[in-house]
Write a protein that binds this ligand. Structure first.
Ligand SMILES: Cc1ncc(COP(=O)(O)O)c(C=O)c1O
Length: 388
């Protein structure tokens, strides 16, 4: 089995569930996972879920996104945020990114605000925190909640605070490739009890006994809930609960979070060294006081033409190099977004995203050891020398 899944207490905790042991019965792994997140991040409420996307849906529901509303997000991202908003009947407004950090530009957010804006959703892409203070200030000024998409940003920091602690509600993902993973899972963090309760109920079937800080139904006596007149639901909801098995694995992984983030940061330093010799490549800029968690190492390359990008990729791989990713297509140019008219509407309106996206190269930071990373990065060094 891949050591990624078995290095810590993963198997021990899974066995405790399968054996229905005292440890597993005393407190659910979902509760334990939520408690550990609350402690580490210093927030009041944590709601573990079966995916980051479920977290975005529950958060948008909690802040009251409804048909006809608008939500503002980054076009330099994955489709999830836009997709969920559109499914909820909202319209997506895209605010361009900044050169250098490739994260959403607070000034551009403000330009997109209308009376219909119901949420601002900054995405801390590749693991780099957004300009939190400016975005929070805009949210406060216009009375619009901020939902952070920190799917890629575990232990990212901003001016000495962890990201995910300053906005109205923040989502993190435990999907297979993330810093902390249980294959599929996620968590919402918030200090707002009302939002926590709404998100919890929405994600947990709308049961009235669910509360902001209880992942399972509060204990009620059988005489009550077995009675024909017992009323169970005071909200509408879906089932986005995290399975106990996934919570157990996520907890074991979270116990090693410092180590897991550190190795990605150490690997990023190796890439920094390589690219410091090439002025034509611009790694994602990390402003003073921002702590990047390096989900990936992103570089704006000099290859603005698709054929040039592909040629470097092909040459590097034939040179024995590891594969790497391009940045996802600009959200409003995704297939379904074209069909929905977003591509026509936004073409040319987010010029920085349109310029940067096709050139980006996303290098892996999830090697199992520094030695493995060094081996691969030395091939990259060689490829840059040979093929530029
Ligand atoms: C930026 C971003 N937002 C949202 C998601 C969705 O998270 P999940 O896959 O856990 O549903 C992802 C991907 O995993 C992501 O990278």
């Amino acid at each position: 089995m891949d050591p990624k899944w078995t290095k810590g207490n993963e198997l021990k905790y899974l066995k405790q569930i399968l054996e229905n042991s005292d440890e597993a019965r005393k407190q659910s792994f979902t509760d334990k996972l939520e408690s550990e997140f609350k402690k580490k991040y210093g927030v009041k409420f944590a709601i573990a879920l079966n995916s980051g996307a479920s977290g975005l849906h529950a958060a948008m529901h909690a802040v009251g996104v409804k048909p006809g509303d608008e939500v503002i997000t980054s076009p330099f991202s994955v489709l999830w945020d836009a997709s969920i908003a559109i499914i909820m009947g909202a319209k997506v407004k895209f605010a361009d990114i900044k050169y250098g950090t490739h994260n959403i530009d607070p000034e551009k957010i403000e330009e997109q605000i209308t009376e219909k804006t119901k949420a601002i959703i900054p995405v801390s892409y590749h693991g780099l925190p957004c300009d939190i203070d400016e975005i929070v200030a805009i949210g406060k000024k216009h009375n619009i909640p901020v939902i952070e998409d920190n799917a890629q940003t575990m232990l990212g920091s901003y001016k000495g605070r962890y990201v995910g602690t300053d906005t109205d509600i923040a989502m993190f993902s435990f999907e297979r490739t993330k810093h902390i993973t249980c294959h599929e899972g996620g968590i919402l963090l918030t200090n707002n009890e009302g939002l926590a309760e709404k998100a919890r109920k929405f994600a947990g079937g709308g049961f009235k006994n669910l509360t902001s800080d209880k992942s399972k139904l509060a204990a009620i006596i059988p005489e009550e809930f077995q009675s024909p007149d017992f009323i169970r639901h005071d909200a509408l909801g879906l089932n986005y609960r995290i399975p106990e098995f996934c919570a157990a694995v996520a907890l074991a992984q979270f116990e090693m979070v410092e180590e897991k983030v550190k190795i990605r940061r150490d690997i990023a330093k190796l890439y920094d060294e390589v690219f410091s010799n090439y002025n034509s490549f611009s790694p994602q800029e990390v402003p003073e006081g921002y702590g990047h968690s390096y989900f990936t190492y992103s570089v704006k390359s000099p290859f603005s033409k698709l054929a040039e990008w592909k040629s470097f990729y092909k040459n590097h791989v034939s040179n024995g190099g590891d594969t790497f990713y391009a940045m996802m297509a600009t959200v409003y140019n995704e297939g379904i977004m074209r069909e929905l008219g977003y591509s026509d509407e936004y073409h040319g309106k987010c010029p920085i995203t349109e310029e940067v996206q096709p050139t980006c190269m996303l290098f892996k930071t999830n090697y199992r050891s520094i030695e493995e990373a060094e081996k691969n990065i030395s091939v990259l060094k060689d490829s840059l020398k040979k093929f530029l």
